[in-house]
Design a protein around this ligand. Structure first.
Ligand code: GAR
Length: 191
């Protein structure tokens, strides 16, 4: 490792259990320095506040258009000295200003390139696949299209609902995310 812990900004839209896995990772070579959300009252922001980590909310509705929101999100991130942005259940497509300023890692609840988008678990279940899983990938301008970093497979069980399947995927996803960020912290050749 070089230069101390990898400084992470984590973006969330929901309950934030992936964020929590990062916060709880023992002896991690990374540090969550700020958590941002695209909406009020997310569990993710609550989890960050409980740890005394700075937070911000940047809502699309508070800006005239997507470009204005992208610029505001880029400004919020720029006030923190971050090495890497992690999209952990962030349900928005990031814009060009954020992507020009940061490398971004996303976690997605399906085996990309299958089932991209906001409903990866539902779409995989509806398709009838017997194996799905989760993917950690670099973010590019597309929707869940960037280079894959790591994946975990999860079997679909008879009787699975979107909720039961998603919960089993998230168990794998949290472990994958911690492992990926640990690797990215120890080998920073991606910077
Ligand atoms: C995770 O499963 C993540 O992959 C998914 O939202 C969940 C967030 O859980 N993201 C997407 O579907 C993005 N397309 P969490 O809030 O408990 O970390």
């Amino acid at each position: 490792m070089s230069g101390g812990p990898l400084r992470l900004a984590v973006l969330v839209s929901g309950s934030g259990t992936n964020l929590q896995a990062l916060l709880d990772a023992p002896a991690a070579p990374f540090e969550v320095v700020v958590v941002g959300a695209d909406r009020e009252d997310t569990g993710g922001v609550e989890r960050a506040r409980a740890r005394g980590i700075p937070t911000f909310v940047c809502r699309v509705a508070d800006h005239p258009d997507r470009a204005g929101w992208d610029a505001a999100l880029a400004r919020s991130l720029a006030t923190h000295d971050v090495d890497l942005v992690v999209s952990a259940g962030f349900m928005k497509v990031l814009g060009p200003q954020v992507l020009a300023a940061h490398r971004v890692v996303n976690t997605h609840p399906a085996l990309l390139p299958s089932f991209p988008g906001a409903h990866g678990v539902r779409d995989a279940l509806a398709h009838g696949v017997r194996v799905t899983g989760c993917t950690c990938h670099w973010v590019d301008a597309g929707v869940d299209t960037g280079p894959v970093i790591d994946q975990r497979a999860v079997r679909v069980e008879d009787g699975d609902t979107v909720e039961t399947l998603h919960e089993r995927i998230k168990v794998q996803e949290r472990a994958m995310l911690v492992e990926v960020l640990t690797r990215l912290a120890s080998d920073r050749s991606w910077r």
